[in-house]
Structures are given as C-alpha cells and as structure tokens.
Design a protein around this ligand. Sequence first.
Ligand code: BG6
Length: 516
Amino acid sequence: MSTASPAAAGARAASASPLRKALSNVRVPQPLVMVIFGGTGDLARRKLIPALFRLWQQKLLPEAFAVVGVAREQMDDEEYRRRARAALGEFATAATEEEWADFGRRLFFGSHVFDDEEGFERLRTQLQAIDQEFGIPGNRLFYYAVPPRVVDEISRDLGKSGLICPPDCPCWTRAIVEKPFGRDVASARELNLALLEVYDERQIFRIDHYLGKETLQNLMVFRFGNSVWEPLWTRSHIDHVQITVAETVGLEQRADYYEKSGALRDMVQSHLLQILTLVAMEPPASYDADSVRNEKVKVLRSIRPLLGEDIDRETVRGQYTAGEAGRGYRDEEGAAPDSRTETYAALRLQVENWRWAGVPFYLRTGKRLPAKATEVVVAFRPAPHPVMDLVENDLPAPNALVLRIQPREGISLFFEAKVPGLTGRMQPVSMDFDYATAFGGAESPEAYQRLLLDAMLGDATLFARRDEVEAAWTLVTPILERWEAGGEPEGYPAGSWGPEGADPLMGEDKRGWHQP
Ligand code: BG6
C-alpha cells in the first residue's frame, strides 16, 4: 500500500487538525535533572538509559540535562557510567567515544541516599551541585522504577527534604511511577493517596509502556483521523472484538515478582484494558490529556463488572506445563512446585453503552504461546444474505480488521473475493498496510523514548490518571479474589495457544480466536 494520498497535499497542510497538533509535539524539554530510583535495576539498564541515550542522539534533550541513578548498592559516578555504557552496548547502539564524552558526563550516582535519615538531604545537595554545573533551574523528574511498597517511603522522604516543588513554583517537579501500580483496588488507592500527599495529580505520570508504542498511538489516528471507519465503529456493524497479547517468553528470571502477580495483574489490568479503551472510546472533545483520559475512564466504567459465578463463566486462567517450547511453569527457577499463579488469562467483557451494547470484547494474554503477537481484531457482522448465484459457498466469511500492534506492525482488512475461474467460489483476501514498507523502513521510536519525552514536556496524555488506574483495578479485583479463593489454573503445554477451556468462551458464541 502506498503512502501517497489522493487528497491535495495543500488542502491537508492548510487545516492543521487538533489531532495532528496533539501528535506533533516534537519539542525539546526545559533543562532538568532526572533521578531514577532503581537506577541500577533491569528497567534502567534495558530501557531507561538506552531511551535517554537515543533521545540525546536525536537532539531531543536539552543541553542542560543530567541523570542521577539511585539504588541501595554503593558505587561512585565512574562505576555507574561504566555500567551505563555497558548497558548501551548490550541493549541499544554502543556509544562512540565522542558521543560518550558528552553523554557519559551527564550521568551520576546518588550514593548513600538510603543509608540514614540524612540520605535525602545529601541527594538534595548533590542535585544542587549538578544544577550549578549544568545551569539547570531546579526542574526534576523523579522516576520510580521500584516496587510499589517503596514508592510511598521515597515520596515521603522527598517531600520531607523539600525536593518536591508544588505545581505553581517557577521550576517543576514530576514523578513517573512504574507498574505494577498496586496489586488490587485497595492498594492502588493507598498508593494514589500516598503520592497525592506530596504531589498534585498533574505532577504524577503513571506509566504503561504499551501506550508509548507507535501502533497504539496510531489506533487513535486510525479511528479519528479517517472518516471511513467511524460510521462502521458501532454495534450495528461490529460483531465482536478480540484483543490478544501473546508472548513466547516464560517466567525468565522474574519469579520474585511474577509468582505474586500472574497474568491478570501483570498484563490485563494494565496493557489489555488500555488497548480496550483505545478501541472503544468516543472521540474526545479535544486531544489534551484530560479530554482523552475522560473518554478512556468512561469506557472502563461502562464495562459490566464480573462478579460471583459470572467470573467462572466469563474468564479462563491457565498455566503452562512442559511442552515443545520448554519446561512447565512449576519447574521454572523460583516458582513454587505447587504454584497456582496463572500465566494465561482470557476474559469475555461487555461494554455497556450505546455504541457497544451486545458486542463482546474477548481478551486473552499468555506466556509461552507459539508466537509473540499483539493484535486487535475487529470482526464485522456477516453479510445479511448469500451472494445469489455468483458463488458456491453458502455464506461469506465475515469481514475483519486486524490491527497488528507488534511485532509485524500494520493493519489488514479481510474481505471476500471471487476466486478467478469459471466456477463460482469466493475466498477471504486481505488489503494490507505494513509500517515498514509504507514508511520506507523508518524505525519506530522505543515506547520509553516517547513516554520519557512526554513526561519531560509535561504531556500526560499517554499516562494513566488516578481514576483510570482505580477503575481498571475495580474490574480486575473481584476476579483476582475469586481465583485466589480456590481452583487451579488449567494446564496448557508450553508452545500451544493456551488452555482448551478458552475455546468455549468464544465457541459458545459460535466464534473462534483469530490465530496471529
Ligand atoms: C510487562 C510485563 O509490563 O510487559 C511483562 O511485566 C511482559 O511480563 C511485558 O513480558 C511485555 O511487553 P512487550 O513490550 O514486550 O510486549
């Protein structure tokens, strides 16, 4: 598919739409120091430092910019820089000597911050010295790459040592908080209250890295930047929606976290429900953070809560057993031999509003599935009448739009076509848009690049608001509680498409899961 539009380019340029303006904020942030709590952790090494380096390479960071990594272990700045450089070599492009000379000198390590009561005072002094060295006016971005229980403590200490400026100060303070944001609705509320004791909601950026993925941002452009889909995007034309996030990876080295989490907390509460809101939301009044998030919250609140026995009927949990893709979950390092943690979850949800009443949303996610694929399938209602005389098939297959979020990023529209020849047969074919071909192989930025830049610029559109996170937990918590109260996840062989019990969820509606 070509990217050239038949519409006159001049006419398009003349009308800069609000959506286009909202998406084109490639501005350089004001000078700042970013402090990473969890500065030596996996996230910092794999994602944050590489994303900062790429932003710096692309000249999207201000000249006056520095990073302070904070962690419990002790090291000096030189050692921290050495480790950061190694991480770039491993997880991004290795820095040249020249690049490193400028980027590396901006990295510091916050030593002894967690040692004693004076730790945060020392951090304050260190940040002031860095401000002076680089000419930074006191702007701070605190990144909490730490478990939820530590977020509370750190926030209190930051508040006590005067490191958080209120929103009306001449300089700004912002906080990015990593998932998991709590482990149920009660703990998410507590965490929100703890953060709101020291920050204003406008200063809090709850991150879900899926929202930084280019293809998910494109979902809004696809829906609201084109007039062709909107009339079809309703219960009158759509039969059902499927959202799949399939992973080939297993537990990896994350037993400490995953054993207490499971697929519902780890993936459904955050990534899958976020995708659902983008598919189902109404066009926002404008594209500022609150208007977009208002619409997303409305979707979450329109989902019929699953309670009691409904949960047994509308959800399926699974755990991988030994199979062609490797050993079973219970044999993984760090997993309990009788673990009941689910590595697969499937749900049938109903969004009860005017647009979607009666259209089921099927969600599924799992580890150790045969392919890594995130996709949304919008299945349209079948044609109401057979194609008389022309074809031999009884009924055409329903049309479907497949939005491939990753890794083969693109969109396909499936429809029926007549097979050439003298017999009358039809067959589903597809019209395909492929990111790589359409945009000449242009590389999509990493999700963390986009999100870090947005937080530095103070744009919270792609971050979850307090009510959004709590609404998502409100939906998920009764399911967690019922699953935890009893029963076992159904086994599925590693390398298969999940437990057999997930098929009836669709099958009883005479539908089937789309295989990516
Ligand atoms: C994380 C989960 O949020 O997302 C992981 O904690 C999961 O368990 C990961 O593997 C998937 O992210 P991506 O970007 O690889 O699809």
